[in-house]
Design a protein around this ligand. Structure first.
Ligand SMILES: [Zn+2]
Length: 130
C-alpha cells in the first residue's frame, strides 16, 4: 500500500541531497561560532597591542589557536558537536544513531542537525543519567 511507504519515509537513512543540505547548515554554524570569536580576538588585539601588522603562516596558526582558546565552554561544545557531525558526514554515518545504529528521523535532524542519537535512545540515555 502506498500509505505504508509514506510512513516509512521518515525512518529511512537521510539521502545524499539532504546530507549536503545539513553539511551547509553545519558549516555555516561553524563559521558563526568561529567568526564570533574571531571578532572578539580581533578587537581585543586592536585595543591591547600595537605593532603587529603582518601575520605570517605561523602567526596565523597561533592566531587560530588563540581563537579556539578564547571560545567559552558552551561554544567549544557547540563547535565539537558541529565538527563531529561534519566527520560523520565525511564517513557516511550521518543520521545514524550511535547507540542503536538505526536511522535518526529527519524531523529530529531538522531541529538538531548535530543529533547523534535517535529519539528513543536519547530518552533512554537521559533517563540513565539521572
Ligand atoms: Zn538509537
Amino acid at each position: 500500500m502506498k500509505a505504508r511507504a509514506e510512513e516509512n519515509k521518515g525512518l529511512e537513512k537521510v539521502d545524499k541531497k539532504t546530507v549536503a543540505r545539513f553539511k551547509k547548515i553545519l558549516l555555516k554554524e561553524r563559521e558563526q561560532i568561529v567568526g564570533e570569536v574571531k571578532q572578539i580576538v580581533e578587537s581585543s588585539k586592536e585595543m591591547g597591542q600595537d605593532g603587529i601588522q603582518d601575520i605570517g603562516d605561523e602567526a596565523a596558526n597561533i592566531y587560530n589557536k588563540q581563537v579556539l582558546l578564547s571560545l567559552n565552554e558552551n561554544e567549544r561544545l557547540r563547535l565539537k558537536e558541529v565538527d563531529e557531525s561534519l566527520d560523520r558526514i565525511e564517513n557516511g554515518t550521518y543520521g545514524i544513531c550511535e547507540e542503536c545504529g538505526g536511522p535518526i528521523s529527519l524531523k529530529r535532524l531538522e531541529v538538531r542537525p548535530v543529533a547523534k542519537y535517535c529519539v528513543p535512545c536519547l530518552t533512554k540515555l537521559e533517563k540513565g543519567k539521572s
